[in-house]
Design a protein around this ligand. Structure first.
Ligand code: SAM
Ligand code: SF4
Ligand code: F3S
Length: 478
């Protein structure tokens, strides 16, 4: 372990204690005929999905099986997101509904975790008004979930573990991944950027990177066990390594991972434009496995709004980065995040965002109307533009993007592309779902045994959101 690292690492003996709690809970349920059932409902970003896989890994060690039906579960977990108000409202709605299942089964344990749980005002509200919730813990306490659950089972008291902390690194938590095709691998946690609208740094703590040996080993073992696509996760992966003080950055990590033998794609998200470097683009361009795909959120096309958002780059710097990346990777697939209606934004400024979208041509955009998050700097700013007006600007943005996406997708028709078939689709005429190297969705005609394989696909149709095609034959697993 790096001697110079500036962030805390959970001690092996503390982690081992959690494995002991898993065994005690398993023993407690051993006398029952049926396996205990858990219902884990995850909201939010891939980071939270990765945390959900750890929760399920720990539950599996405790002897739990899984159900998607809260009514039949012995344990219900809401793994929450705090990024927008709407996400929070949904969770409070779900918590309300759970009063019924708890009434029918008073033994049921209800747990609220994830980013919302780390917010002081949320924990307080749950403590006072949602008394059927037994366990509340934030992302910082994820590693000690077995201990917290054991406390609930042994004391039958409500347990809250939501202290505000900078956060730490915990290795070796059991993980239950969904299927053997795609895997999420967190390489770092937290965020130091404090964009003025964003709650994430308050609930996920400071940036901390995993030791490179741990990341390399995890990726190597996933590839060896047949995973075909690995996505490296962090709120700002370009900051990877800063706290390790080892002179080793994200581009170095990507290059090292690219050296692992096998047939697979490597992706990563998200990147922050202020830290995206030419070095990174060169590594991507020269790599064998790194997908030529970049998710680089720009948020606004107006320099005044970017400064008010505390993004620390200008429109010109952003376009300069994209020019460099495209010069090195002409086939680059580019996606981004955008916020419309930041407090004080004028119609002209919102239209600067639309003009940047038209100027750069994004393959896809994740678009959001600004949502005030209590405790962030932006939430204290005057915000006088009515929602209806913001919606009008938003619709102009969507229209510009949808027109471009449809044209871009149509340009694929007649081409043959390599895709990774990752499951079934909900379209009976094109029953398989797959992704291109650029992560575009392709619905496919083909046999189910292609799932989990790379395949060559001839593109026969498209719309704004997806491509359609026919498999030309699978490439067997190597
Ligand atoms: N760390 C990533 C980055 O900076 O690129 C983004 C993480 S955030 C979970 C995903 C997206 O949610 C952001 O890029 C932003 O567009 C959006 N977002 C964050 N806070 C928001 C807010 N208060 N209102 C609306 N959208 C928000
Ligand atoms: Fe939020 Fe900004 Fe951090 Fe992304 S970089 S998580 S938008 S504070
Ligand atoms: Fe939401 Fe937390 Fe992710 S706030 S977007 S789940 S980091």
């Amino acid at each position: 372990m790096s001697e110079l690292r500036t962030t805390a690492v959970i001690a092996p003996e503390d982690l081992a204690r959690q494995r002991d709690y898993e065994k005690s809970i398993r023993a407690m349920f051993a006398s029952r005929e049926a396996h205990p059932l858990a219902c884990v409902d995850t909201f939010g970003c891939q980071q939270n999905v990765a945390d959900g896989e750890k929760l399920m890994g720990m539950l599996s060690e405790m002897g739990f099986s899984f159900t998607s039906e809260p009514k039949e579960a012995d344990l219900v977990i809401l793994n929450t997101c705090a990024v927008r108000e709407h996400a929070e409202q949904r969770v409070f709605g779900n918590l309300g509904i759970l009063t019924h299942s708890k009434r029918e089964n008073p033994e049921q344990v209800i747990c609220l975790c994830g980013c919302m749980a780390q917010e002081e005002r949320v924990a307080k509200r749950v403590k006072e008004s949602y008394r059927h919730v037994d366990l509340v813990f934030g992302p910082h306490a994820l590693w000690k979930f077995p201990e917290l659950l054991n406390e609930v089972y042994t004391t039958r008291k409500r347990v809250f573990s939501v202290a505000d902390e900078p956060g730490a690194i915990a290795e070796g938590i059991p993980t239950l991944r969904e299927r053997g095709v795609k895997a999420w691998v967190s390489i770092m946690y937290g965020c130091n950027n404090f964009c003025s609208y964003c709650i994430v740094p308050y609930v996920r703590g400071r940036e901390r990177s995993r030791e490179k040996a741990c990341v390399v080993e995890e990726v190597r073992s996933l590839i060896a066990s047949g995973y075909r696509e690995i996505t490296l996760l962090g709120q700002n992966v370009n900051s990877y390594g800063k706290d390790l003080n080892a002179g080793y950055d994200f581009a170095d990590l990507l290059k090292e991972l690219d050296g692992i033998e096998g047939d697979y794609w490597l992706r990563f998200m998200s990147s922050h434009p202020k830290d995206a470097s030419e070095k990174l683009f060169r590594v991507m361009a020269g790599s064998k496995h790194v997908a030529h795909q970049l998710h680089l959120p720009f948020q606004s096309g107006s320099d005044r709004v970017l400064a008010a958002m505390n993004r620390r780059y200008t429109r010109a710097q952003y376009t300069g980065l994209i020019e460099k990346a495209r010069a090195l990777m002409p086939d680059l697939v580019l996606t981004s995040d955008v916020i419309i209606g930041f407090p004080g934004e004028t119609e002209d400024e919102a239209m600067e965002t639309v003009s940047l979208v038209r100027e750069l041509g994004f393959d896809a955009l994740f678009t959001f109307i600004y949502s005030p998050r209590p405790g962030t700097k932006a939430a204290a700013l005057p915000d006088i533009v009515p929602r209806q007006e913001k919606q009008r600007w938003f619709d102009i943005l969507l229209d510009a993007q949808n027109t471009y996406s449809a044209e871009k997708h149509a340009s694929y028709i007649g081409k043959t592309l390599r895709v990774l078939v990752d499951g079934e689709s909900n379209d009976k005429d094109f029953p398989l779902a797959s992704r291109t190297e650029g992560n575009r969705l392709v619905r496919l005609k083909g046999e189910k045994d292609l799932i989990g394989q790379f395949a060559e696909v001839r593109i026969t149709g498209s719309n704004t959101w997806a491509l359609y095609g026919e498999a030309q034959g699978g490439i067997p697993r190597g």
